[in-house]
Design a binder for this molecule. Structure first.
Ligand SMILES: [Zn+2]
Ligand SMILES: [Zn+2]
Length: 103
């Protein structure tokens, strides 16, 4: 787990590393299986995922979908100039400060 800036949430959030992300994805899938069982589309079905994220990060997330884009691997490294992460691994410039990325 690592605190990084999220472009979608526009704030620093705890992001999951590869192993943590795999577990979260599994729990997310289980959430959908719960929905099928209960026939109710409520956040309760994703309790395992939300609890896992909370135990791991201390951050009380209420939206299971938000967790699914908080994977470190989904984003590029931090900008050399302003420290915000590049939006993708292959991004060539930083949208925050306009810095051209050095490869
Ligand atoms: Zn986010
Ligand atoms: Zn930048």
């Amino acid at each position: 787990m690592k605190i990084r800036y999220c472009w979608r949430c526009k704030m620093d959030v705890p992001m999951l590393d590869e192993e943590e992300g795999n577990i979260a994805s599994q729990l997310y899938t289980e959430g959908f299986q719960e929905i099928k069982k209960t026939k109710k589309h409520t956040v309760e079905n994703f309790k395992k995922l939300l609890d896992y994220y909370k135990d791991l990060t201390g951050f009380e997330e209420t939206n299971p979908n938000a967790i699914m884009h908080h994977f470190i691997d989904m984003y590029g490294p931090n900008c050399e100039n302003c420290g915000k992460p590049y939006r993708t691994k292959t991004a060539t410039f930083c949208p925050k400060c306009g810095n051209k990325r050095k490869f």
